[in-house]
Design a protein around this ligand. Structure first.
Ligand SMILES: NC(=O)c1ccc[n+]([C@@H]2O[C@H](COP(=O)([O-])OP(=O)(O)OC[C@H]3O[C@@H](n4cnc5c(N)ncnc54)[C@H](O)[C@@H]3O)[C@@H](O)[C@H]2O)c1
Length: 323
């Protein structure tokens, strides 16, 4: 079986954890990884072939160095050797929002044609997008490039792509797999919130309201301070939540890449008795995204091997917040 050749879009904290994870788990099973082998592929078969960003400080650097470049502040847990994968200039479009603009010197004059040529030259199979929340136009331009280069696309952020009938059709017609939208963390606030909703609903509790109050100190949280960008995150988090869910995100720089999540559910139980559930969680934000991203790229490549194109609905339902 061949490798899974992956191009990453956006060399931020999530990609830092992902690249470190491939090194950390290269030799097989170890705590923290849900699937050492997924869709027939081992972690050691995942290779990075291309990387795109628009932050001048990251461009031209090897991927192994760019993952440590500020404003990235994800926890280090692996030593990554030189990968021979330079970070190349991508397509800026609406990638950088007002919340993170002060921390980034933006470039990004590439065209979809240039991105497609680089994907083809590097033998990339799967394009994995970790663009900032709110980058709808940029997502679509990279998706065009992926189609032109004959690559599968995994959309790990909240832009509407896998939920769009038009993009589903285009990937299906091209015979290329599409997975999205907005990755679920392996263990995160969304998982706990939905598990609580399921357990309470199965017990007959009538839920009236849910809250997720989130705090974090990474660029993802800085970016979410912009109300327009936050809206698309609220949409994917509320999908499948089973009750009306209010989501807010506070940028707290002292937390670095840790995330504090306060979850609350209000309902009515047996005999009309009121019921409240409150949970406080603290997690490292970015590593919790990497495990499901590794599963997604391996499923995408396996579908390519079998000639399956279009939306991978079952995989997306398992690994993504909104399908
Ligand atoms: N646990 C998690 O952290 C988690 C889980 C699910 C989804 N997500 C989503 O993943 C996305 C990435 O999160 P992150 O924490 O890595 O963010 P980040 O801000 O650390 O990284 C984003 C990267 O994209 C780059 N970028 C901006 N515009 C670009 C463009 N047009 N082309 C190429 N690169 C561009 C930035 O320079 C930065 O390097 C967010 O949308 C987030 O909501 C994160």
């Amino acid at each position: 079986m061949s490798n899974v050749n992956v191009a990453v879009i956006g060399v931020g904290n999530c990609v830092s954890s992902l690249v470190q994870g491939v090194e950390h788990y290269r030799d097989g099973d170890a705590p923290g990884l849900s699937h050492p082998v997924c869709a027939g592929y081992a972690i050691s078969q995942v290779r990075f072939t291309a990387a795109f960003d628009v932050n001048a400080a990251k461009l031209g650097r090897d991927l192994s160095e760019a993952i440590w470049t500020p404003p990235n502040n994800a926890r280090g847990f692996a030593t990554v050797p030189h990968l021979g994968v330079p970070v190349v200039e991508g397509i800026l479009a609406d990638g950088v929002g007002p919340g993170s603009a002060g921390a980034i010197d933006p470039r990004g004059g590439a065209t979809p044609g240039q991105v497609a040529a680089h994907l083809a030259e590097t033998g990339t199979h799967v394009v994995l997008s970790f663009l900032p929340t709110g980058a709808q136009q940029a997502t679509e331009l990279y998706a065009e490039a992926a189609l032109a280069a004959g690559c599968a696309f995994v959309n790990c952020m909240p832009a509407v792509l896998a939920r769009s009938p038009e993009w589903r059709r285009r990937f299906a017609e091209a015979g290329l797999p599409l997975i999205g939208d907005d990755l679920k963390s392996s263990f995160g606030a969304t998982l706990v919130h939905r598990a609580l909703v399921d357990a309470l609903t199965a017990s007959g509790v009538h839920l009236h309201d849910g809250h997720q109050l989130l705090g974090g100190g990474n660029m993802d949280f800085a970016n979410l301070q912009d109300a327009d960008r936050m809206k698309s995150k609220k949409d994917t988090k509320a999908t499948g939540a089973g009750t009306s869910t209010h989501v807010s995100a506070q940028y707290l720089p002292f937390l670095d890449d840790r995330k504090i999540a306060y979850l609350r559910l209000d309902g009515t139980g047996f005999g009309g008795s009121p019921l409240e559930v409150e949970v406080r969680m603290v997690v490292e934000d970015s590593p919790s995204a990497a495990g499901n991203a590794l599963d997604a790229v391996r499923h995408a490549k396996a579908a390519m091997d079998e000639g399956v194109g279009g939306l991978l609905g079952e995989v997306s339902g398992t690994l993504m917040k909104a399908v």
